[in-house]
Design a protein around this ligand. Structure first.
Ligand SMILES: [Zn+2]
Length: 290
């Protein structure tokens, strides 16, 4: 009798609080077709596309580090501010690590076509606000270019790009010195939070992540070989200095940054309105007046 009363009470509570609705999965692939419809409604059309990569991460981190970490942060963010999260996506720019084992580098054209078809399909399914959440440094030029190229043709949706989120000052002090850009202290720390079982801290010193600085060119002269010139082991920094304390700080800042971005995107009606206005004018530029 007591159990029945508790069960009834719980049911009543859930109905009142709308808990059953709030419990919709954030994972696109876990939703039924019917629940997907509700999920899009609940997310107000805001969907996350966490973007990882498959590449060497020093001697001590898994190939999928960027994918694993960006998904960890995105899924935690979507738990705080509901959004539908697209499945594993790792088809980005990583030509600079093709000399290392386990790198999967799709051609330039395929990267752009696949991303376009992916966001088109997301939008066709109601994701009118696609937030691409970048988890990989090698995509930092690709993604703004992709977003800008959305101006080529009219779309009934908006692509937002959330670049890498740097943690605010005031966290645990870094122990290592010099560039810390790939599989170094901070990224290793973050992976100790997301997937501690995949971090081989004892191997972190078996290769050098030092900056070799082999190219002597001014900062505003760009070449594709710059990364290899500086970090030929596809390792930048010293992962052995990692701590879970630093990882918690980094991850929390990343998740907070994503939550903020999801809220801002949900509140934004102006981007699509301006996009529509722009494409209307594109049809007859001679009529455009200041
Ligand atoms: Zn990485």
């Amino acid at each position: 009798m007591r159990k029945a009363m508790i069960a009834f009470g719980l049911l009543f509570f859930c109905t009142l609080s709308g808990w059953s609705q709030a419990r919709l999965s954030t994972h696109w692939e876990e939703l039924t077709a019917g629940d997907f419809r509700s999920a899009i409604q609940q997310s107000q059309g805001a969907c996350l596309l966490p973007f990882g990569i498959l590449e060497k991460h020093g001697p001590h981190l898994p190939l999928g580090t960027d994918l694993l970490n960006v998904r960890y942060a995105a899924l935690h963010a979507a738990d705080q501010e509901y959004a539908v999260v697209f499945p594993e996506y790792y088809f980005g720019q990583i030509f600079e690590a093709r000399h290392e084992p386990g790198t999967v580098a799709y051609s330039r054209q395929l990267q752009l076509d696949l991303l376009q078809e992916t966001t088109d399909e997301m939008a066709r399914n109601g994701c009118k606000k696609v937030i691409i959440v970048n988890g990989h440094g090698g995509n930092e030029n690709l993604l703004p270019f992709f977003a800008q190229s959305q101006m080529e043709k009219p779309h009934d949706y908006v692509v937002y790009v959330l670049g890498l989120v740097e943690p605010p000052a005031g966290g645990p002090p870094r122990k290592s010195t010099g560039p810390d850009w790939h599989a170094g202290e901070v990224e290793t720390s973050a992976t100790m939070v997301s997937h501690p079982e995949l971090v081989h801290l004892d191997r972190a010193k078996s290769e050098s992540g030092a900056d070799l600085g082999r190219q002597k060119l001014a900062d505003n002269l760009y070449t594709g070989i710059w990364w290899y010139a500086r970090f030929p082991n596809h390792y930048s920094g010293d992962g052995s200095a990692a701590t879970s304390e630093m990882g918690q700080y980094k991850m929390k800042a990343w998740i907070d940054g994503m939550v903020k971005a999801i809220r801002a995107v949900k509140a934004d009606g102006e981007s699509l309105r301006l996009q529509n206005e722009f494409f209307e004018k594109v049809k007859h530029p001679l009529d455009t007046r200041p």
